[in-house]
Design a binder for this molecule. Structure first.
Ligand code: SF4
Length: 205
């Protein structure tokens, strides 16, 4: 992960390096069983070089705590590591150029559950794992199983926490979806690190 960090800090593969203040690599436990993946840093994340630290980050923290976990128990990052100007959506080209970093992070963490946050990260992760994509409003909170020779994991698409900042109904939707995340997390052994040893062996090292 340290190699990835140093590569991202010096990366100029797409134009976003010109306007970023700080790239956001990601943070959390390298032994995390749940990985939360958003789309790209925003204003506050760019200032601090940390993922989900603004208002949306506060919502994400509350949601993580609502299922009995702390930020330190999970790993949080984005598909695109530098902030797109004016918080515009990342372009397909930017996503493609930045995606080797998230792919390597997934291989290092080897999560048992990937929660995508928002439509862009959902679209990227679904494509990566060959899952049938649909509008986030139709697939959020559903459980998708990825099973092949190399890994065995669940993908649970979620709305981006930013949608809940000023919208109580959307927050309720997210709270309900996080209950599903918790159910699956507990079914896989919860915080008991020994329970996932065998499952992790299924990953290529
Ligand atoms: S967004 Fe990704 S590919 Fe583009 S400069 Fe930043 S780290 Fe490099």
């Amino acid at each position: 992960m340290e190699n990835i960090k140093s590569e991202v800090l010096n990366c100029r593969k797409c134009e976003l390096w010109k306007t970023r203040k700080n790239p956001v690599v990601g943070e959390g436990s390298l032994k995390a069983r749940i990985m939360f993946i958003g789309e790209a840093p925003g204003f506050n994340e760019d200032l601090q070089g940390r993922p989900f630290v603004g208002k949306a980050g506060k919502v994400l923290n509350e949601l993580i705590e609502s299922i009995g976990l702390r930020r330190e128990d999970v790993y949080i990052t984005n598909v695109v590591k530098c902030r797109p100007p004016e918080n515009r959506d990342p372009t397909p080209e930017e996503i493609e150029k930045c995606s080797p970093y998230i792919n390597r992070q997934i291989k290092i963490i080897r999560p048992e559950i990937i929660c995508t946050l928002g439509k862009h990260s959902t679209s990227y992760i679904f494509k990566k794992f060959g899952l049938p994509h649909d509008n986030i409003s139709r697939i959020h909170g559903k459980i998708y199983r990825v099973k092949n020779l190399f890994y065995d994991l669940l993908v649970i698409p979620l709305y981006h926490p930013a949608v809940a900042v000023y919208n109580a109904d959307m927050k309720s939707e997210l709270v309900e979806d996080f209950k599903i995340v918790k159910e699956e997390y507990m079914r896989l052994g919860g915080l008991d690190e020994n329970s996932n040893t065998n499952r992790r062996e299924k990953w290529i090292r």
